[in-house]
Design a protein around this ligand. Structure first.
Ligand code: TYD
Length: 224
């Protein structure tokens, strides 16, 4: 069967990360990019952090406050979950080396942005230097949505689902801090040429068009 494959500079399939504050619209964007790539016959896999694995499940209960832990423990668990996500059986590295483009909802910049609420940025960067040495994103898409807009969207979603606010979703002010920390961490951890900031107030279609144009420009396309 003919398939269009994308290639990063390293020769493997591209690893594309989607980041943004809670309620930014990054997850919706990721799904629409996956659909568009699949429609072009690009082999693509969608994944997220925290994962659904053993450590990831513990982190989900930390986020809903069922499990209370020292922030240092949480930061270490996020990094541990990430390492498993990269190197584990069927993990991201094996997908990428097998030619599948991986779209990941959150990666190490999320740890820098969120865990820096209570921990020094240097410490979080240090914890993530091992996962970063194993796998750097070929492109990080940052959906930059105004914190008040994102906070309003979270509220509307919670009304619909009846769920409670998660840790880190408590106020627009906190989302603003997270946004600032994202930019600080991005400057320190990812090359500017691989950090793609999008205005989160664009329509979902406009956002997807821009990301698709960027993917086409950045990653060589080969037909098989
Ligand atoms: P999110 O990705 O928005 O998923 P959902 O739609 O299920 O709420 O939420 C995940 C939360 O996890 C978000 O508040 C940020 C937090 N988080 C960290 O604090 N550190 C990390 O390293 C990661 C990956 C996520």
């Amino acid at each position: 069967m003919r398939a269009v494959r994308l290639r990063s500079e390293s020769g493997r399939a591209p690893f594309i990360v989607f980041e943004g504050i809670d309620g930014s619209g990054k997850s919706t964007l990721l799904v629409s990019i996956a659909e568009r790539l699949a429609a072009e016959t690009v082999p693509v896999s969608v994944t997220r952090e925290p994962t659904g694995g053993r450590v990831g499940r513990l982190l989900h209960s930390y986020l809903t406050r069922e499990y209370e832990a020292d922030p240092g423990v949480a930061a270490a668990l996020f990094a541990a979950d990430r390492i498993e996500h990269i190197t584990g059986e069927g993990g991201m590295l094996s997908m990428l080396c097998g030619g599948t483009t991986v779209l990941c909802d959150r990666y190490f910049l999320s740890s820098c942005a969120y865990q820096s609420k209570t921990l020094p940025m240097d410490y979080i960067i240090g914890l993530n230097s091992y996962p970063a040495s194993l796998l750097m994103p070929d492109l990080t898409v940052f959906v930059d949505t105004p914190p008040e807009v994102a906070f309003g969207r979270i509220g509307a979603r919670l009304l619909e689902t009846g769920e409670a606010r998660e840790r880190f979703e408590e106020s627009a002010g906190e989302l603003e801090r997270v946004r600032d920390a994202y930019f600080e961490a991005a400057e320190r951890m990812v090359p500017a040429s691989r950090f793609f900031v999008l205005d989160g107030s664009l329509t979902p279609d406009e956002l997807a068009d821009r990301v698709m144009a960027r993917i086409t420009a950045d990653f060589k396309v080969t037909e098989e």
